[in-house]
Design a protein around this ligand. Structure first.
Ligand code: PNS
Length: 164
């Protein structure tokens, strides 16, 4: 079976260079990549789901086989409705493994959707969105952690007093 169309799911609050690295590499391997933003717990986020869609579309605009969508409910339902047979996820370290393996096994059990793990680029293996938000909150340099347009959006949130 060919794995033509895959999803790269996540919260992306905000998207980081680590996310982008996985999305770009997946786009080289598969015909079509749908980046899907889980919106079940979106109210608690820093960025709204709409802002995350905008950010992801902007930073993937040079990748013609990448699109950005949102989903509510179960990821496997989105996959079923969109003819997606596999989920691509990045693994940063052993600490990610247990959580990701459980999710992968549940998604296979629920919908026979496969999960393909891609090892994180070591440049970004320490990177997670919550840490980027924290560093930005206290004025740290996030230049090498997120794409330029995302940094600008974070700075805008900071100056609007939405952080910290
Ligand atoms: O940013 P994250 O934590 O890696 O994103 C997690 C996400 C949104 C991919 C995950 O929580 C998810 O798929 N949620 C949808 C609910 C679902 O399908 N749960 C069953 C899988 S165990």
């Amino acid at each position: 079976m060919r794995v033509g169309r895959v999803v790269c799911p996540g919260s992306f609050d905000p998207p980081t260079n680590g996310h982008l690295d996985i999305i770009r590499r997946a786009a080289r391997l598969h015909d079509e990549v749908i980046v899907v933003i889980g919106a079940n717990r979106a109210k608690k986020g820093l960025f709204t789901v709409e802002e995350r869609v905008d950010m992801l579309r902007e930073v993937t605009s040079d990748l013609p086989n990448v699109s950005v969508e949102t989903f509510r409910g179960l990821l496997v339902e989105f996959c079923r409705e969109h003819g997606v047979s596999a989920i691509v996820k990045g693994l940063r370290a052993v600490s990610d493994f247990e959580y990701e393996m459980e999710m992968a096994q549940m998604n296979y059990r629920l919908g026979q959707v496969e999960t393909l793990f891609m090892t994180a680029n070591p440049l970004y293996s320490f990177l997670r969105s919550s840490r980027v938000r924290e560093v930005a909150t206290y004025g740290g340099d996030i230049t090498s952690l997120v794409p330029g347009p995302i940094e600008e959006r974070l700075r805008a949130k900071l100056s609007a007093g939405d952080l910290g």
